[in-house]
Design a binder for this molecule. Structure first.
Ligand SMILES: [Zn+2]
Ligand SMILES: [Zn+2]
Length: 330
């Protein structure tokens, strides 16, 4: 009698208690949900994430940029997002390397995607001279300058980029990586030895999120800043140095005049928290879908600058940046 052997992916699929280790992105719904969340946050109606006037304008601009990402990811010819050869992917996976690495050569089609993104943003520039001038500067970059900017963005070399240009270049790169990551087989992509980097592309996470629903209920995931894949990491563990001994959480307490919180499950200070580590003195934010269904790691991270200030004053450094917001020494 011949017994068929189950492949590793099939075994996991049979185990209903198995934690889904990797959640690959669905680009279309991801960008639509992210833009909607940015607009919701800009209305300053999320308790626990107070948004001031200056930041509100920026969140709305980034919502328009994410709209443009959604439009390009739907309309651009799909051959621009072709995966590498299956043999190359197999070699990467065999050596525990990310199959779509952010380091090294990029598909040249990313520059056409970048131009399509700028075209989408043209209507936004009408009557807004500051935005029009940034778009004109971006169009004037020659290919060496553009590739240099992409290298710096993907390596997070904040002092090598123009902070006004970087979010637009990062947005085009996100389309490239998200569209390709969505075509991979999650069962085949193993976590890297360093669980603090994205197993799909090797980039840093933008923030972490506690998910609800299905087999992911209550588990913490790190969301990749580039390809938006989410990978599992146990809770109460530093997402920078992986130590667990000196983790603490900080959040913005609701104002004194806030209505009484009848239900602890809706405690606004639990939607957004900073997870600090005294071993490496860094922090990353953690958003909890159990307390707000619509949390979106990148959007919520961008909107919670007040939390960055609070934790920064306490002496902790951000573990890594947000691709839609850049600061440099200048
Ligand atoms: Zn990634
Ligand atoms: Zn640490």
């Amino acid at each position: 009698m011949v017994q068929r052997l189950l492949q590793p992916g099939e075994i996991e699929a049979l185990d209903h208690n198995a934690i889904p280790r990797l959640l690959l992105p669905h680009p279309r719904s991801l960008f639509i949900a992210r833009a909607a969340r940015l607009r919701q946050l800009a209305k300053n109606e999320i308790k626990g994430i107070p948004v001031g006037e200056t930041l509100r304008g920026y969140l709305l601009l980034m919502a328009a940029l994410v709209d443009a990402q959604a439009a390009v990811s739907q309309s651009f010819p799909s051959d621009a997002f072709a995966l590498p050869d299956a043999a190359d992917i197999a070699v990467s996976l065999e050596h525990n390397m990310p199959p779509l690495p952010v380091s090294g050569a990029r598909p040249p089609s990313w520059r056409s995607v970048f131009n399509a993104l700028l075209d989408q943003l043209d209507p936004l520039a009408e009557g807004q001279p500051q935005i029009a001038s940034v778009l004109a500067e971006l169009r004037a970059l020659d290919s060496a300058e553009l590739e240099g900017c992409a290298d710096a963005v993907l390596s997070e070399l904040t002092d090598s980029v123009n902070p006004l240009h970087a979010p637009f270049v990062a947005a085009a790169l996100q389309i490239m990586w998200t569209m390709r990551a969505g075509q991979l087989d999650a069962q085949r992509v193993a976590p890297l030895v360093t669980n603090t980097l994205c197993p799909v592309c090797g980039a840093h996470p933008v923030a972490s999120v506690i998910r609800i629903g299905g087999q992911s209920q209550g588990y913490r995931y790190l969301q990749c800043s580039c390809c938006a894949s989410e990978w599992h990491m146990v809770r109460v563990k530093c997402s920078c140095c992986e130590h667990t001994a000196h983790i603490a959480y900080q959040s913005i307490e609701p104002a004194d005049d806030a209505p009484e919180i009848a239900n602890k499950a809706n405690d606004p200070s639990k939607v957004a928290r900073a997870e600090t580590c005294d071993d490496c003195r860094t922090y990353r934010k953690i958003f909890n879908q159990e307390h707000d269904y619509n949390v979106e790691p990148l959007a919520d991270d961008l909107a919670s600058l007040a939390l960055d200030l609070l934790v920064g004053e306490a002496g902790y450094a951000r573990a890594s940046g947000n691709p839609l917001l850049w600061f440099n020494a200048a």
